[in-house]
Write a protein that binds this ligand. Structure first.
Ligand SMILES: *Cc1c(COP(=O)(O)O)cnc(C)c1O
Length: 503
């Protein structure tokens, strides 16, 4: 449904057709001389029909992409209340460092002697990550959190295989991020779900009941996806180790504990770190991410290639299964990892220093608890306070109002906020998860709080249509997401009839 104006524009928010719909065909942004076809060496393969690309002038193309970019909700524009994603400010110093030509223009196939600085970034960042996690080894190449999980479980599988005991099952809590069971399945394991207890933590007795000598690993997120610290984590580690299994920790929530807790001290054998979450490299829109994996002594020999080592006083990329990497499971991807993300993450760490990194965790937890304390009487908190870095509400406060979690989320759009994470984690009914992060001011948190209070009051006052008709002010109202997922139209086709063209 288009906005109710003659132009289709809505205030200063401009409608934007596809480039193909703007098509002028005979227009062009460049003026090239006619090609000389006398020396055609295409052997009859030359194109005979028009190429079908839109013909547009430079200003038309510039406006198109600028208008699209203005439709993007971003952390640079407002608080981004998603839970689980750690949408924090990306300091501009990171960008400045990443754009330095020595980093930005380096090529992965350059001779090592010419990229010693880039290798030092890899090595120094690895050193910080090992120090922060309290773990002796790190693999830098994984391209995201989910890829890090794959890396961790491939190392675990290699360790069991090397031991002549491949094993079959991986324990995964019911509250886990979907990537955990997906990863275990991809590695050929059977996922055995473990229920939580009434305090929102993993049920230790259920873990113990499921143990057996066919269990390869447990994948536990700490703090977990309900925003709570797993307070029996030491017992979980001891239990899994007692049957020869490994402890994979999903480290996506490191922001809550960085500088305060070393996962290595909790008995963790492998853990990915989402640089694009905790260490503030930009994310959203599908990437790029970066998910280095820290390993315990037991798993370090199986870590992937390449590895940065020192050889004859110079840094060197070990790319073959030799020497200390003889048992490596091999390469996970082409080249060495997300160099731009490494540079940004290291700039972030060095500009904060050890004390600053610790303060990140403290302030992130403080922000979340402030939001929780201000909203606990207006909305319903899924588990009693305090929380770690994120606040989890359920839909009890909407009972009898005719408003669902989805409606509530859509009404946030009309108020100028991207919705929270909704319906995740699955173990909480009508979940609404928000992670304010340490980079929001108190004034910014207060704005979010008063907006959510206003909406909660409005829902309870019986004004359900305010929600069921939301968003009223967005460029598009509610789209049929199910139809879009089942019948994705990914390719523009010229309208076949004038009626269709006018639609
Ligand atoms: C974000 C997240 C992941 C996946 O990380 P990606 O970088 O998006 O692949 C895994 N687990 C948890 C708990 C997360 O929040």
């Amino acid at each position: 449904m288009k906005p109710d104006t003659s132009t289709g524009h809505k205030g200063l928010e401009l409608e934007e057709p596809l480039l193909f719909e703007l098509d002028g065909r005979d227009r062009s942004g460049v003026d090239l001389p006619e090609p000389d076809l006398s020396n055609n060496r295409l052997g009859g393969l030359e194109r005979t029909a028009p190429i079908g690309l839109p013909g547009l002038s430079e200003p038309e193309v510039v406006r198109h992409f600028v208008r699209l970019s203005q439709k993007n909700y971003s952390i640079d524009g407002n608080l981004y209340p998603l839970g689980s994603c750690t949408m924090k400010h990306n300091p501009r110093i990171n960008e400045k460092i990443a754009r330095m030509p020595g980093f930005a223009d380096a090529h992965p196939l350059q001779p090592e002697s010419t990229v010693q600085g880039a290798l030092e970034v890899l090595d120094t960042l690895g050193h910080w990550l090992k120090t922060i996690t309290g773990m002796p080894a790190v693999a830098m190449s994984p391209a995201a959190g989910a890829h890090g999980e794959l890396c961790g479980l491939m190392a675990i599988r290699s360790a069991h295989t090397a031991n002549g005991d491949p094993r079959k099952r991986v324990l995964v809590p019911e509250s886990a991020h979907g990537t955990n069971p997906a990863t275990a399945t991809l590695c050929g394991y059977k996922v055995d779900p473990v229920p939580g207890n009434d305090r929102g933590r993993i049920d230790l007795s259920a873990v113990k009941a499921k143990l057996g000598d066919d269990v390869a690993a447990i994948m536990l997120t700490n703090p977990n996806t309900l925003g709570l610290f797993e307070d029996e984590v030491l017992e979980v580690a001891e239990a899994i180790h007692s049957v020869g299994g490994y402890f994979y920790c999903d480290g996506a929530n490191l922001n809550a504990i960085v500088g305060r807790v070393r996962p290595g001290d909790l008995g963790v054998d492998a853990m990915h770190i989402n640089l694009h979450k905790t260490f503030s490299t930009p994310h959203g829109g599908g990437g790029p991410g970066s998910g280095p994996v820290a390993f315990s002594e037991a798993l370090a020999p199986f870590a992937p290639l390449p590895q940065v080592v020192t050889k004859d006083g110079k840094l060197h990329l070990l790319e073959t299964k030799t020497g200390e990497a003889a048992q490596s499971f091999g390469r996970l991807r082409s080249f060495h990892g997300q160099m731009g993300m490494f540079t940004r993450a290291l700039a972030y760490m060095m500009s904060h220093g050890a004390d600053g990194l610790r303060q990140i965790a403290e302030d992130a937890v403080l922000s979340a608890n402030y939001v929780l304390s201000q909203l606990q009487d207006d909305m319903s908190v899924a588990y009693p306070a305090p929380c770690m870095h994120e606040v989890l509400f359920d839909d009890t406060f909407l009972e009898g109002t005719g408003v669902t979690t989805l409606d509530f989320a859509k009404a946030m759009i009309d108020e100028g906020y991207h919705p929270m994470t909704v319906y995740f984690p699955l173990v909480v009914h009508g979940a609404m998860l928000t992670e304010p992060t340490e980079s929001e001011s108190k004034a910014s948190l207060d704005n979010l709080i008063s907006t959510l209070k206003y909406l909660a009051d409005k829902a309870k006052s019986g004004d359900a249509t305010h929600f069921t008709e939301a968003p009223r002010l967005a460029p598009r109202r509610r789209v049929d997401e199910t139809a879009a997922a089942r019948n994705p139209v990914l390719r523009w086709a010229p309208p076949s009839s004038p009626a269709q063209a006018a639609e």
